[in-house]
Design a protein around this ligand. Structure first.
Ligand code: PLP
Length: 428
């Protein structure tokens, strides 16, 4: 494995900030490659017109760029079809979109329309339950908890093993005939675990084939190859500004075809309808009924350019291997520093490019601040929007959370060495 995945020149040219800082906060958001910025600039400068409503040629160019971006993002980042893929603002919006459709039927879509339904995505019954896990980011916890409260459903929570890994057995024990919806993460943003998602999905479906499964891919998409069909889930959501290196304010959601046909959008208006009378309206019967109003056209076109950059110019499998290589080096070095408490699995196969830790006698925020002020190393500290997980591992009271080093394709072995040296100095 080389020191870096991208040559020094290309790195500075594509990601100018890497020349000034050691950027280790990639789980919060990533640096945007110049090619993605250029794709947005080219929209603004060359064909800055609206989509879906114009006949003139420039409008057709914008339509084509927008739809081909959808196809690229769906295929390259998730391995799904464009008609199963919705653009959103971020992961959080994707989850809330699903929560809305789990509560609201498509029944208001005209009286005799072929795809209207009197039930929301799930026809809930008394005693039904939603299953989530203690490891989740609040964005993959609160929408489901609120839904359970509103519909009077049970809200149950699976716990991980001592290393933070969600195990299929725990789901097998928790799932029963009343479990109608299960939400859990692909990769943990607070402990860096890659969970065995395919095995968990198979275990759940074996126990209850009716249960719908939603995966939080916010820390997986763009960091590794993802094939939603192989995983077998019903929904898969991510943010464009994280792993995919896309513009801020972009994201996506895969919804299985059969579910999309019954899926009620929470935002309706221009662009979402086939017909409107003074008494009624008929929504479009495909993914376009989710494009209410003018979307973030340059950003979503930029997301397509980002998918292209990641999968064609660099390679998702190479990114996964590079992050693992750096993580192994980090962990090996950190284990030798007195006072460092590491979190997450011992086995590097179960780890994404995220290492979280604490330094004995230090609050996590002070470590992060010192790394910035003395060494220009940008890390994040705190509960990472995972308060239940922090409480479960009893980290909150002693340290205020943990310190997170999170990586991407532009990080280098040299940066890891500088970080280890800095940590050695801080630990004294
Ligand atoms: C695992 C996980 N899920 C969901 C989110 C929410 O992402 P966003 O703020 O882009 O909606 C994050 C953000 O850090 C995350 O790490």
């Amino acid at each position: 494995m080389k020191d870096s995945l991208i040559s020094k020149n290309a790195r500075i040219q594509q990601f100018p900030l890497t020349g000034k800082y050691i950027y280790f906060d990639n789980s919060a958001t990533t640096l945007t490659p110049r090619s993605v910025v250029n794709a947005q600039r080219s929209y603004y400068e060359e064909y800055c017109v609206n989509i879906e409503r114009g006949n003139y040629r420039l409008a057709q160019r914008a339509d084509k760029a927008y739809e081909s971006s959808r196809a690229q993002v769906a295929r390259l980042l998730l391995g799904c079809l464009p008609q199963e893929f919705l653009f959103t603002r971020n992961f959080t919006e994707s989850a809330n979109l699903v929560a809305y459709a789990l509560e609201h039927p498509l029944a208001d879509n005209g009286r005799k329309k072929r795809f209207s339904s009197r039930q929301p995505l799930i026809a809930w019954h008394r005693g039904d339950s939603i299953l989530c896990t203690v490891m989740e980011h609040h964005s993959n916890f609160l929408p489901w908890m609120r839904l359970a409260k509103r519909l009077n459903l049970e809200f149950n929570v699976v716990t991980p093993d001592s290393q933070g890994v969600l195990q299929p057995d725990a789901f097998i024990r928790a799932v029963n005939k009343k479990t109608r919806f299960v939400a859990f993460q692909h990769v943990s943003n607070a402990f860096g675990v890659i969970h065995p998602v395919g095995d968990i999905v198979r275990s759940i479906k074996k126990k209850n084939p009716q249960a719908l499964i939603f995966i939080d891919g916010a820390q997986a998409a763009g960091h590794m190859p993802v094939d939603v069909n192989a995983l077998g889930c019903d929904f898969y959501a991510f943010s464009g500004h994280k792993g995919p290196l896309g513009p801020k304010g972009t994201g996506g959601l895969m919804v299985k075809d059969a579910l999309l046909a019954k899926f009620h959008p929470f935002c309706i208006g221009g662009g979402t309808v086939l017909d409107v009378t003074l008494r009624d309206y008929t929504l479009k019967n495909d993914y376009q009924r989710f494009d209410g109003g003018t979307p973030y056209i340059p950003g979503l076109i930029g997301l397509g350019a980002a998918a292209e950059y990641l999968s064609r110019r660099i390679g998702l499998a190479k990114i996964k291997a590079h992050e693992r290589f750096l993580v192994e080096k980090l962990i090996k070095g950190m284990r030798l520093i007195d006072g460092v408490q590491l979190y997450g699995p011992a086995e590097s196969k179960m780890r994404a490019g995220i290492v979280t830790f604490n330094l004995k006698k230090w609050l996590c925020h002070d470590v992060s601040m010192a790394l910035d002020e003395k060494y220009h190393i940008l890390t994040r500290a705190g509960h990472h929007c995972c308060i239940p997980a922090m409480r479960f591992f009893d980290i909150l009271k002693t340290y205020g959370g943990n310190v997170r080093v999170s990586l991407h394709c532009y990080n280098t072995e040299r940066e890891v060495e500088v970080f280890l040296e800095a940590l050695r100095e801080l630990a004294g």
